[in-house]
Design a protein around this ligand. Structure first.
Ligand code: ATP
Length: 137
């Protein structure tokens, strides 16, 4: 077991996705990726749709797709609060591929009534899920 670890929680309104010691975490903050090691200074940051990557205490690296949220770090305790979050292995790849294709079709339409930003957000969520799952897209 590694010594330089701290507690990371990844939670959504629905569930606790992860709660255990980690060696490091990288999060997709609005201004760019932020890496968090033990004894990090207190931090609060808004997060984009993207990947949270962490290395657990056994050294295994994991990827979690999130659809935006916040991170708070204080006293060796990191909390990622996300609207949705899924580990790579729990992602339904076919569903994410279908969501990606649907969003791309919508974005290709020149339809005034279309909510382009909404389709774009959906595309970003699908791409983050496919990346977390390690799937080709
Ligand atoms: P879809 O168009 O496939 O429904 P979405 O981006 O609209 O995707 P969300 O609103 O982000 O879906 O998520 C709704 C719920 O479904 C959340 O609990 C989320 O964790 C889960 N979810 C969404 N896509 C997947 C997926 N590909 N695999 C596993 N869980 C998923």
């Amino acid at each position: 077991m590694a010594e330089n670890t701290y507690m990371l929680e990844v939670v959504t309104p629905e569930k606790i996705v992860y709660r255990d010691e980690v060696q490091f975490t990288v999060v997709p903050a609005i201004d760019g990726e932020i890496g968090v090691l033990m004894n990090h200074a207190p931090l609060v940051a808004a997060l984009n749709i993207g990947l949270v990557r962490y290395k657990d205490s056994s050294g295994a690296e994991k990827k979690v797709a999130i659809s935006g949220g916040f991170i708070e770090v204080i006293d060796n305790h990191g909390r990622v609060l996300a609207e949705t979050a899924e580990h790579g292995e729990e992602i339904d790849v076919l569903r994410a591929k279908a969501a990606k294709e649907r969003a791309e079709r919508r974005m290709a339409q020149r339809d005034e009534s279309l909510n382009y930003v909404r389709a774009e957000q959906s595309l970003k969520r699908a791409i983050a899920r496919l990346k977390a799952a390690g799937a080709a897209f």
